[in-house]
Design a protein around this ligand. Sequence first.
Ligand SMILES: [Fe+2]
Length: 446
Amino acid sequence: MKESLEEYGDSLFHEYCFRSVNKLFGIKEENMSRSLFLSFKYELGEVLRDVVSGFEGVTMGRTQYFTDCNHYGLGSRQLDKDGKPVEWQWFDETRLISSGKKKIFLSPVKPTSESSSECAGDVKMKRSRQVKSSSPPTAILTADWHIRPTAPVCRTDDFLAAMWKKVEFVLDLAVEHCCPILMAGDIGLKSQWPNWLLEEFIRKVSQKEIWGFYAIPGQHDLPNHQLNQWREAAIGVLHEAKSVIFLGTDGDGESEGIMLGEKKAFNIYFFPYGIEIKNPSDKNDLVSPPIAIAHTLVTERAPEEFLTDKARSAISLLQKFPEYNLILTGDNHKSFVVEHEGRLLVNPGSLMRTAADQVDHKPRVYLWYAQENRVEPIYLPIEEGVISRDHIDNEEEKDQRIQAYINRLSEEVEIGLSFEGNLEAYFRQNRIRKPVIDKVWASMPK
Ligand SMILES: [Fe+2]
């Protein structure tokens, strides 16, 4: 909606000029395009620098003039001496160069209090849960969705239907609270998804008015577990379709500014699979305590001995990186939260129960309230009795029978090189009945 009549008038004037010029060149109405105008060189959110004054800022707005020039409104990331934001400054495109700094991502829609209530009204799935905090949650924390095209062997229900139900539940939660989703990797089970799975996922996300869905790649998302191949994977398509924005993909562990919650921008440091967590590098540029998102194996307590070279305990990470208010991790499919001196490590665990040993797992996401640095688990609806151990029990039974046979052979029979000789010895020592012996010999190849 236009802000004022004056603005509306400007817009009509531009439209009139545009059509007039097209007619001048003999372009028919139906073929008119904006191609006559200079396209924008820089994207919104890019950090640019004015080569004349040295002023640097985030591209907050762009204006395209009929006189064939583009102007950019830059918002400084520094506050003035009174701690207030500096007014945007406008520059011609020819004066601007890229600062080389990371692009800023904002949530696609910045809801007002009115649109927030509309947003909540759209939610089909009602919940009886009472929100304990008076402030709205800042983000939804999640990890390890392992989206897949087939059902795992342990599931006895319609697994795919259950999987989509959970995806929709989390998306609805994001709509309900008008906050973004932050995912700590392994959105998929494999790096390549069939087309129908990609289409279905993109369709589901695009149907919801969510603030933003930001993620890092986990090893399952990457071809050959190689971060530099992420564009060749399904996550490259999700990113291009703007369903999920994958960050930290250049692997330098630098931060990205992201608008979370109502008005606050957070510096988030991204450590995809294979990238070691490190402390924040640009401390002077921070507008609030930073957050780290990592795909690395973290355990709730000290890792088991066989994991000591691969896993770290949550407390050790919190102690090693004291500057992060929140560390969100993925990889370990168990859910836990560890607090240390008011700071949190949240490992949301897997979204789906895909193995028999997850029979007691309660899939959940966490609502994070930045102001209080507190999380609240939101348990996803699950159906009981859909995880079966039959395939494991059958396998174990078979293994036990084979093992018993081998044990008896090794204990009671001296194994020789001749299979027939071994059989004869076994028959002699175990008093096998003649009809059985006859049947065995009859089945032997002549
Ligand atoms: Fe995983």
